[in-house]
Design a protein around this ligand. Sequence first.
Ligand code: GDP
Ligand code: IMO
Ligand code: MG
Length: 426
Amino acid sequence: MSNTILVGAQFGDEGKGKVIDLLSGEADYVIRFQGGHNAGHTVEIAGERFVLHLIPSGILHDNPICMIGNGVVVDPSALFEEIEMLNSKGISIEGRLFVSELTQLIFPYHSKLDEAKEKSLGSSKIGTTKRGIGPAYMDKTARTGIRVVDLFDEKRFRAKLETNIKMVNYLLVKLYNQEPIDVDSIFNKYMEYADKLKPLACDVSLMLNNAIKQKKQLLFEGAQGTMLDVDFGTYPFVTSSNPVSGGACIGTGVGPSRIDKVIGVMKAYKTRVGEGPFPTEFCDEMSEKIRLVGNEYGATTGRARRCGWLDAVIGRYAVRVNGIDSIVLTKLDVLSELDEIKVAVGYRYEGKIYNEFPADIRVLTEGEPIYETFPGWQKDISDINRYEDLPDNAKKYIHSVSEFMECRIDIISLGPDRNQTIKLVS
Ligand code: GDP
Ligand code: IMO
Ligand code: MG
């Protein structure tokens, strides 16, 4: 495996955790580059289920070194909770987990602001995970964020915290009609975190670039998905980071010339959690059916995921903006019971046909998808491990998806377990 970026090609939850786990056996480093504990990446190994929010999914293998890059926003309480969860399952992070000194921190007031803002938006809310992700990235771009390195200078940390909390309390009290928060308790808690973060903190960019010189293999683990990208997604119904492949360079300090390959993970249908446009969304009854078969509940918030048909306009756009070389098609098994399967190939809006992803989200919310229909295979495929053994209609669907997306499909996933996978190339 060469230096590879793995991204979600849809609205998140495409099965990135499973695929990262599959590829981590050959990786020397697995690196998260954006997002925070809004992510929930599931890995199933021999019936045991792990959900990772901040720590790269590669941690479940013995060898890879796992890193959290500068592009991530880290809530230390979530990080240490996850480390404890892993320890309780006999997985040690000792000497295998590092966090960039440049990483921005999430504070309890970020989640408070996230929640208060969502509440104030009423029916126009984004449907965030309320983890404080947006407000933490707001602080970063406003140049008032507090980074890991700031915790190691008590005086500087205290000064920054006091300035920020002054502003936060103004918003909480004046705008959101809430109680103000206290500096001391947060300061004391984060000084405790400082001691625990010290052994993990490092220069991620330097370590990764040295590793590249030694011909080590890097695997970048994207969180969320292309449609949630703050630039390329269904803005404003997006997250506040760049889950697209370009985000991996910015979020780690590894230059684009050092990247060899981009993999896009795509479900054989589509899901979305939270608000925002979803042109191919099923009716309630069908959504419920697929949600049940595909176990489509959020790995972070437990919310029911909205479900719908695959969308080739969005898929092709994801291939383009990420420069995807190869697709991993997941959850094909979930479609097995259906008589027919649809794929949207365009949208009709105000008498015009759209074949490319539009900038104006009204085309997505008010437009009507144009579908192509495929016959189903109506056979359980979850135990099949050779492409040749798949039903003909499943092969036809895979072939058509590849043509629609104008991209190779190299891996097909037929179940949550590591072993329920067909590799089309070795
Ligand atoms: P991520 O955020 O992209 O890592 O995806 P999530 O873990 O949030 O959601 C994907 C869900 O689908 C998890 O419960 C996985 O265990 C499960 N999963 C992954 N691949 C497959 C597959 O091919 N078939 C089925 N049935 N489940 C899968
Ligand atoms: P993984 O990595 C699916 C969605 C939220 C909301 C929007 C903004 O598991 O694929 P935020 O809390 O980020 O400000 O919420 O983004 N969202 C996700 N949806 N999978 C995720 O991560 C998500 N992370 C955020 O539901 O619509
Ligand atoms: Mg997820």
